[in-house]
Every structure is written in structure tokens, then in C-alpha cells.
Design a protein around this ligand. Structure first.
Ligand SMILES: NC(=O)c1ccc[n+]([C@@H]2O[C@H](COP(=O)([O-])OP(=O)(O)OC[C@H]3O[C@@H](n4cnc5c(N)ncnc54)[C@H](OP(=O)(O)O)[C@@H]3O)[C@@H](O)[C@H]2O)c1
Length: 242
């Protein structure tokens, strides 16, 4: 496949390594320009391009994997010529303390994190890879049937795009689980039980069922509080996200 990746940081690089090794053609962009991506190109065989070129040349799948706060900086016409059937993967997470500042719709819970992203992009997105560490995404994929294989939920309002992305998740070495609609994608957000815990399919399924579909105010507050604690612990360890 021809796969565009906008964002060449932890997740973009991990995906570039794996996708090129599987034989896909990868076109990858950052904010500073293709000339700054020569090392990554040498390491992976991915082609460095601008964000606009990644959107054009990623004719099978486009991945947007930049910090949430930078989403509004993307060119407004970025996806104008991208055919509707090309899945747009979003890997975003909201880190208000360490990176993104306060975004009202995410604080109130009126929108899910990827719901906010798709509003900015003007297109349905497919939420996946947000709940696995980049290093695990690069190194911990295993063949189907391996005991303990990590399962990743995939959420979207676009059923066809979701199926295509679920097939890619399997190819990368993870059990792909239907994570429901964009409105239900809160279940894989930070502060919840399936965020970065590398759980196998039966456990992820159990959590999805137990959490339910519609987020309650109590669940929203619980996830926010858990994530605030996690962010504080990261800050205490000197971890910086920008
Ligand atoms: N790190 C993880 O393990 C992990 C796991 C799951 C999900 N996530 C989520 O995935 C997203 C990306 O995380 P990350 O850790 O990969 O980020 P990162 O390492 O900080 O990398 C961000 C990348 O985005 C690029 N970028 C920023 N603004 C851009 C723009 N306007 N146009 C094009 N490229 C732009 C940056 O380019 P420049 O360097 O040139 O500015 C950089 O290559 C975040 O929402 C994060 O929360 C991260």
C-alpha cells in the first residue's frame, strides 16, 4: 500500500519502520520539511515529503500523528483532494498539563479527543494506536494466535475505513478489536483501563463491555482525575512532551 504519515516523532517513526519492513511505500512528513528527515529515510526507506505530499501520495491510508495542540496548525485544505474512501488514522491523546493546554470541549466531555480532531480535519477519522507506547508498537507485534498478543481497539464512524485499518493493525502484529463509534472512543482514552496497558483481546473486550457505550459524567471525571495523576507523576520524573 501507499501510506502517508504526517508526524515523524515517536509514533510516526515507529510506524515507518514497521510499515516499510512489511513492504509498504511510506511517505512521511514533519513540520520542519523533508530535508530534516534524511536520517529516518535512511533507517526506514520511507520517503520524506511535505504534509501536503503525504496526503496526496498516501493513496491507501493516511496517518495523522502530531501533538493534539498542533492539529489546528495543519493547512485547512490538507485533505481537500484526498478521496473519501482513504482512511485517516488519528493517534491523538490529550495531555493538558504537559503539552496541550486546556481544550474546553475535552474538559467538559462534549467531544471525544478524536472527535475534536475530526472536527478540525473536516473528515471522519479512525482512532487507533493512541493507547500503545511507540516502542511497543515498533517492537512488540507478534503473529496471530500468539498467547498474550496485544489487542488494539479501533474506533470510527466510517465502517469501511475501520475494516481497512483493522486489517493493517493485524498485519502489524496486534489483535484488532472493534472499538465502536467515535462517540464511544472515550473508552480507549487516557485515564482508562485500556490505555497503554498492553492487554490481550479477552481483557480489552471485557473492559469495553463493562465501561458501556455512553460515557457517564462520573466516568469522565474518573478518567480525567486518573490522567491528571499520571501527568503529574510524569512531570515529577522530569518527563517533557514538548
Ligand atoms: N509517544 C507515544 O508513545 C505515543 C503513544 C500513543 C499515542 N501518542 C500520541 O500520538 C501523537 C503523536 O505523538 P508522538 O509522541 O509521536 O509526538 P512527537 O514525538 O512529539 O512528534 C510529533 C511530530 O509531529 C510533527 N508535527 C508537529 N506539527 C506538525 C505540523 N503542523 N505538520 C506536520 N508535522 C507536524 C513534528 O515535526 P517537527 O519535529 O518537525 O516539529 C514531529 O515529527 C500525540 O497525540 C501523542 O499523544 C503518542
Amino acid at each position: 500500500m501507499n501510506i502517508g504519515i504526517i508526524g515523524a516523532g515517536n509514533i510516526g517513526s515507529a510506524l515507518a519502520v514497521r510499515l516499510t519492513s512489511l513492504g509498504h511505500s511510506v511517505y512521511i512528513a514533519n513540520s520542519r520539511g523533508p530535508e530534516t528527515l534524511q536520517d529516518l529515510a535512511q533507517k526506514t526507506g520511507a520517503t520524506p515529503v511535505t504534509a501536503q505530499e503525504a496526503a496526496q501520495r498516501g493513496s491507501d491510508i493516511l496517518v495523522v500523528t502530531i501533538p493534539l495542540e498542533k492539529i489546528p496548525d495543519l493547512p485547512k485544505d490538507l485533505l481537500a483532494d484526498v478521496p473519501a474512501e482513504v482512511p485517516i488514522i488519528d493517534t491523538s491523546n490529550y495531555y493538558p498539563m504537559l503539552r496541550d493546554g486546556h481544550i474546553p470541549e475535552l474538559e467538559t466531555g462534549d467531544l471525544t479527543e478524536s472527535g475534536w480532531v475530526q472536527q478540525h480535519l473536516g473528515r471522519p477519522v479512525v482512532k487507533v494506536f493512541n493507547n500503545i507506547f511507540a516502542e511497543h508498537l515498533e517492537k512488540n507485534g507478534t503473529p496471530a494466535g500468539t498467547p498474550g498478543r496485544i489487542a488494539l481497539p479501533v474506533a470510527s464512524d466510517d465502517a469501511a475505513a475501520k475494516q481497512k485499518v483493522m486489517a493493517l493493525v493485524e498485519e502489524l502484529g496486534f489483535d484488532a478489536l472493534d472499538g465502536g463509534t467515535m462517540r464511544e472512543s472515550w473508552r480507549q482514552q487516557p485515564g482508562g483501563p485500556i490505555y497503554c496497558n498492553d492487554l490481550p483481546a479477552d481483557q480489552v473486550r471485557e473492559h469495553l463491555v463493562r465501561l458501556g457505550s455512553e460515557r457517564t459524567e462520573a466516568q469522565h471525571q474518573e478518567f480525567l482525575a486518573n490522567h491528571a495523576k499520571a501527568e503529574q507523576a510524569m512531570a515529577d520524573q522530569g518527563i517533557k512532551l514538548k
